[in-house]
Design a protein around this ligand. Structure first.
Ligand SMILES: [Zn+2]
Length: 348
């Protein structure tokens, strides 16, 4: 992994490269950003360049050290992870893998670099144990904490680390990555790139996620036909959506967390919002250029013709209401039925 492999994150890359070039680096960093935002890639690019035998503007990727770093076999880049099945990174893990290990000099490189993934899951004891190392690190030690939420760190940790916040990547760059690296077709790339809202990892995951496609097609079909759907049919389709999710859960037993369910619901509601935003956009501009659901432009035109601005805004409001209801744990079927009824009312 080198900085050249990372799209976006211009400022962070500049800051980290300069730190390597000038030798004026900090001993502790926090890379903060949501899942999929590229924290690990950035940490690995930084670590690879730090350990490189001939770094210039980036790691050389040719030297012995770079080769070890790329294959994740560099003995002086240590990955600290939550033990499987445990909710926290406990004090034992921090002591064993960092605090007691850091006094041993690097094996064959300039630095000894610790990359702690999901560092927000360090409990208070673990953070306190780490604090001593961050306060008085050996010259060669660099600790990089990766987190989705840097506010979960103790103030004492925060104040001693350089905080780097991951930035959303522009949609055009994400589209390019999807088309060139993931061979995603044009239409799909547009859709997924907009949907991922600047998160490259999320975009790549969605592009290859068949259940996302299935849910998307189902939602689009409901958005198109809601005005003609009978009560019974609506309820059947809601059940079908639930089945898609259930099949996905069965295929992936290890992650049936509430966060995952929430993610699924948000995905679904986001799709409905995007569809009606397309209808609004077309209604206002009579132009297809910026609409996402280009494949369905015929239906978008037809709905834009039939629906009022008021009605379309009512639908977008109804989606927000559904989100709030689901967050308040109101029954899934009931909430979705109410939402589809609102779509039905406002699209006839
Ligand atoms: Zn190198």
């Amino acid at each position: 992994m080198s900085f050249a492999d990372i799209i976006g994150q211009k400022e962070a890359k500049k800051l980290l490269k300069n730190a390597v070039k000038s030798g004026n680096h900090s001993h502790a960093y926090i890379f903060s950003g949501e899942k999929g935002s590229g924290k690990m890639m950035l940490a690995e690019a930084f670590a690879t360049m730090l350990q490189c035998e001939n770094p210039h503007e980036d790691a050389c990727l040719e030297c012995h050290s770079c080769k070890q770093s790329i294959s994740r076999n560099n003995p002086d880049i240590i990955y600290v992870n939550r033990e499987s099945g445990k909710a926290n990174i406990g004090v034992d893990v921090v002591r064993e893998q960092i605090v007691n290990d850091v006094s041993i000099k690097p094996y064959s490189n300039k630095y000894k670099i610790y990359i702690v993934d999901e560092a927000e899951s360090m409990n208070q004891q673990a953070q306190n144990a780490l604090l001593k190392t961050i306060e008085e690190p050996p010259e060669y030690a660099i600790i990089i904490l990766l987190t989705a939420n840097h506010n979960s760190f103790l103030q004492t940790i925060l104040s001693r680390c350089v905080l780097i916040q991951m930035k959303p990547v522009d949609t055009e760059s994400i589209k390019t990555i999807l088309k060139t690296k993931c061979e995603t077709v044009d239409y799909q790339a547009n859709m997924v790139a907009s949907f991922a809202q600047g998160n490259v990892g999320k975009a790549i995951a969605l592009a290859s996620d068949t259940s996302f496609n299935e849910v998307k097609n189902k939602i689009v079909s409901i958005c198109k036909r809601a005005s003609k759907m009978e009560e019974l049919q609506i309820s059947t389709e809601v059940n079908e959506i639930k089945e898609i999710r259930k099949a996905e859960d069965d295929a992936d037993k290890k992650d049936d967390s509430p966060e995952r369910f929430e993610g699924f619901i948000n995905q679904m509601l986001d799709l409905i919002t995007l569809w009606f935003k397309d209808v609004l956009l077309y209604k206002a501009t009579l132009n297809d250029e910026y609409i996402l659901f280009k494949e369905d432009s015929f239906d978008i035109h037809e709905q834009a013709d039939r629906c009022s601005y008021y009605g379309l805004n009512q639908i977008i409001e109804a989606v927000n209401e559904a989100r709030a209801r689901l967050n308040a744990n109101v029954n899934f079927e009931l909430t979705i039925m109410l939402l589809i009824n609102a779509i039905k009312e406002n699209t006839r």
